[in-house]
Write a protein that binds this ligand. Structure first.
Ligand SMILES: [Zn+2]
Length: 682
């Protein structure tokens, strides 16, 4: 075991083309924050690094779509993301971004170092080029027909219709998304990192060295990558947005985003060190530093294989000690998706649930996808708040502080003689710092938080067993002891909950007049001194009502509906008919003269219309989509020679024509220009 002097903690750089959602929080940022806070509370030297990943093709595509610059896109999302993290108490020491000059310089230098030391190989390849736009085309910028399913709108890297991964050269009839022209093949030179040369080292370092301490899911993915045989991987590409390749012959080329993004951790460290007048190299190049990468499972190959190979190739760097990657979090049984808007967005949550940051943090940790995919539901979120945070933690603290105010005017009572039961409680309490620490140090945050709640349960049980409110009359001395011990448990909770529930810890410590203490002190029963005053009791948690949850569920259902409409296909066409058949229909433009709801029905309106031929009454099933007054005076299309039908006591002569949307909603049909009543439609 090496002697660890400091901890370099990184969390995956969120991609700045959208806000962050609960999947990102549960997978990466909440566990990383718990780890960082825990270490700080232990007096360790910690650097917790985050930042936005601002390069890559999807950002340029989004910018082109919106008619803005890539910088506009990343500025927008960097700020939204950064604010969400701050609001949720993610305690980065620095949150930087890869469009910063320091990063461009650091990434370019890193490349240059590898290049100068012969660690890269050069390869010439053929790539699609748009002769009108004078640009090589990234795979995403080429569309064409999928060779597998014939979808006409497949991309150069993937067909979204059938899910096949593609090479741009496989597309039938390829077109450039920049100009619409057919691209041509042109020679281009790129630099590659020969991953295959690191095979033996990776086998020794990961497959032998980390069999026991890396998560089985992480280890398993690494093993499978290594055993499939690693190939040289291009570190440069033809693109204008990104870190320029620092070579004369590389005009118009930038570093591949997978290469520059992890170097962002190093650049951020440099920025932080400069601001704090200290040496950044200690965190990355000193053997007594422990490097831990927090990521989601989609990033395992980059952080366990590719980035370590880059660091190894460079030669001056340490490699990660652990990469506790999480599996994925689903939402209400469905994959979280940015493009389908199927997510709980961090920035929306903090706005809709003010002061409830810890409830989200708690719920996400309680279902953390550490070993397999997990599912977030709003019903579970409500239950975690109402049945655990409020009923156990909040209730215990509230009863203790309220009784202390009631009996002693808010002055901490003396501890009298201890019975065996109190000694047992004190003994149990003293074990919690080590129990919780052991779980955290093994990256089992879910288990660690469950243990924290066991301490709250212990307090709750102690109060329920001893019932101080019943003993105050006949045995007030013992009640003082009970509340003294209960207050000490509250103090212990306030220290041990800090990594998980930082906002609650602060509130509770304020109530107790306690400063945050070192982690190990969290097990002591003399944290509070008799005779010292308490502050007034405050609620740590409040009940979350059914209607609050119903609103969130409705929001998701609305999203689902919108997605269905967006993805719905038109109904298949009907059998052919003759022109004579069509001629039988007498469709006219009519004007609505009056409209009213048909009593005791939900869907029906009675309309009086001028057909040009006559004035008549008809019944129409559009009451759910139009108010009567909206229709009066409007011209609509109507089939006037439909056999009359008696509906709800009214003889309905004809039918108003409607377009039915994919979600079943109806829309009236109007002529594009005003025409005379009775005009025929043909
Ligand atoms: Zn396809």
């Amino acid at each position: 075991m090496k002697d660890i002097k400091r901890y370099t903690i990184t969390s995956a750089l969120p991609y700045a083309n959208g806000p962050v959602h609960i999947g990102h929080l549960a997978g990466v940022y909440v566990p990383a924050d718990i780890y960082a806070r825990y270490l700080r509370n232990n007096g360790k030297e910690v650097l917790f690094i985050g930042g936005s990943d601002e390069h890559g093709v999807p950002i340029t595509i989004k910018a082109r779509k919106e008619g803005v610059t890539p910088q506009d896109i990343v500025d927008r999302y960097h700020n939204i993301i950064k604010n969400s993290f701050e609001e949720l108490g993610i305690s980065f020491d620095i949150y930087s971004r890869t469009s910063n000059p320091t990063h461009h310089e650091t990434a370019a230098d890193f490349f240059k170092h590898l290049y100068d030391n012969g660690k890269l190989i050069e390869k010439v390849s053929q790539q699609y080029y748009d002769e009108e736009a004078h640009e090589f085309l990234a795979d995403r910028y080429i569309t064409g027909q999928c060779p597998h399913c014939n979808n006409e709108h497949a991309y150069g890297d993937q067909c979204e219709a059938c899910g096949s991964a593609l090479n741009a050269t496989e597309l039938i009839n390829p077109k450039s998304a920049l100009s619409g022209n057919t691209p041509v093949m042109k020679e281009t030179k790129h630099w590659y990192l020969p991953l295959n040369e690191y095979d033996a080292w990776l086998r020794e370092w990961i497959l032998q060295g980390h069999k026991a301490d890396w998560r089985p899911t992480v280890y398993g993915q690494c093993k499978s990558w290594i055993e499939q045989g690693l190939q040289p991987r291009a570190v440069t590409r033809d693109l204008s947005w990104g870190v320029k390749v620092p070579l004369k012959e590389a005009e118009g080329k930038v570093l591949y985003v997978w290469f520059d993004a992890p170097i962002g951790y190093i650049s951020a460290t440099k920025e932080w060190a400069k601001a704090h007048n200290t040496d950044w190299k200690l965190w990355w190049q000193d053997e007594s530093s422990k490097l831990v990468h927090f990521i989601g499972k989609d990033n395992i190959v980059f952080h366990c294989i590719i980035f370590p190979c880059m660091l190894k190739a460079h030669g001056d760097y340490i490699v990660p000690d652990n990469v506790p990657a999480n599996e994925f979090l689903n939402l209400e049984g469905d994959k979280i998706s940015t493009s389908r808007n199927w997510a709980v967005w961090a920035h929306e949550y903090v706005e809709e649930f003010p002061g409830k940051q810890d409830v989200l943090r708690y719920t996400l940790t309680s279902i953390a996808p550490e070993t397999k995919d997990a599912d977030f539901t709003w019903a579970d979120f409500q239950a975690k708040n109402n049945n655990e945070l409020l009923a156990i933690f909040g209730n215990f603290v509230n009863r203790t502080v309220v009784l202390s105010h009631k009996y002693y005017g808010g002055i901490i009572p003396e501890c009298g003689e201890l019975t065996d039961y109190e000694n047992e409680i004190i003994e149990k309490m003293s074990q919690f710092p080590s129990i919780i620490a052991d779980s955290i140090e093994h990256y089992k945050f879910r288990e660690a938080q469950a243990e924290l709640m066991n301490l709250a349960r212990l307090g709750n049980k102690y109060l329920t067993d001893t019932e101080p409110w019943k003993k105050q009359k006949e045995n007030p001395e013992y009640v003082k002891t009970i509340l003294h011990i209960s207050l000490q448990i509250c103090a212990s909770l306030s220290i041990l909950c800090e990594p998980f529930l930082p906002f609650t810890a602060k509130k509770l410590q304020k109530m107790l007049n306690l400063e945050n203490k070192n982690w190990q002190e969290g097990g002591r029963h003399d944290l509070l001194t008799a005779g010292n005053p308490l502050n007034p009791a405050e609620y740590l948690f409040e009940k979350i009502e059914d209607e609050t949850i119903a609103k969130q569920v409705q929001k998701l259902q609305d999203t689902k509906k919108q997605n269905e409409v967006a993805n719905a296909n038109a109904v298949p066409s009907k059998e052919d008919i003759s022109f004579d058949d069509f001629q039988k229909m007498d469709i006219r433009v009519v004007t609505v003269l009056a409209a009213e709801k048909v009593a005791k029905t939900k869907k029906l309106l009675k309309l009086k219309v001028n057909t040009g031929v006559d004035t008549r009454e008809i019944i129409s099933g559009i009451a759910e989509y139009y108010q009567p007054e909206e229709l009066v005076g409007k011209q609509v299309l109507m089939l006037i020679n439909l056999t009359p039908k008696n509906i709800k006591g009214v003889d309905s002569h004809g039918m108003v024509l409607m377009a039915e949307n994919a979600d079943g909603t109806l829309s009236i049909m109007q002529p594009h220009k005003h025409v005379k009543e009775g005009s025929t439609v043909k």
